[in-house]
Design a protein around this ligand. Structure first.
Ligand code: AR6
Length: 183
């Protein structure tokens, strides 16, 4: 499912983030930026050992913030962001939103034209998929609407269930936005 947002394209796809043809891949990292499991483990395996060699020199990353490294065998860049561990508090939402916004800001600063995100925090960190889908989609679309950029942003959902949840939310969101003359 694909939409034009300003001069950019926003797309949701079902698949493996290590198999996307993108200039930058976003990693759902931990505060140490160590390889870990889940999507982060897969990204580190695909990029190779040099990714950890570079990431470990960055002094970690706070929740909601983002840092960039080279992408080695995976892509030109990897942008590491640390999602919140879900607690069911108001703060979770803001921190998750910050992950998307801060990653996109770094991408913009590096003139990155194509970027792939996983569904940050929805695995080991326990963020409910429906709530996370709303936060991710709104954050990405608002950023693209308000930025003078031409980016191709992909949200890569692992498995059909995750894809369907995002598709449902995106359809409702776009229908509402179109009624309000979405540009
Ligand atoms: N491609 C796309 N999405 C994937 C892939 C893949 N190859 N593999 C898993 N996912 P998680 P978190 C989905 O747990 O919740 C790590 O150990 C997965 O189904 O990877 O932010 C870090 O080091 C889920 O929907 O990230 C941290 O300690 C989403 O990616 C911790 O996990 C995120 O799942 C971060 O937890």
């Amino acid at each position: 499912m694909k939409f034009q947002v300003g001069k950019s394209i926003f797309e949701i796809v079902e698949g493996d983030i290590t198999r996307q043809d993108c200039e930058a891949v976003v990693n759902a990292a931990n505060p140490r930026l160590s390889p870990g499991g889940g999507v982060s483990g897969a990204i580190h395996r695909a990029a190779g050992r040099q990714l950890w060699e570079e990431a470990k020199k960055l002094g970690g990353c706070k929740t909601g913030e983002a840092k960039i490294t080279k992408g080695y065998k995976l892509a030109k860049y990897v942008i590491h962001t640390v999602g919140p561990v879900y607690r069911g508090s108001k703060e979770d939402r803001e921190l998750l939103e910050n992950c998307y916004i801060n990653s996109l800001k770094i991408a913009f600063e590096h003139k990155i034209k194509s970027i792939a995100f996983p569904a940050i925090s929805t695995g080991i960190y326990g963020y409910p998929m429906e709530e996370a889908a709303e936060v991710a989609i709104k954050a990405i679309i608002n950023f693209l609407k308000n930025c003078d950029c031409e980016m191709n942003v992909k949200l890569v959902l692992y498995g059909n269930e995750a894809y369907k949840i995002h598709e449902k939310f995106l359809e409702r969101f776009m229908a509402k936005a179109n009624k309000q003359n979405f540009k």
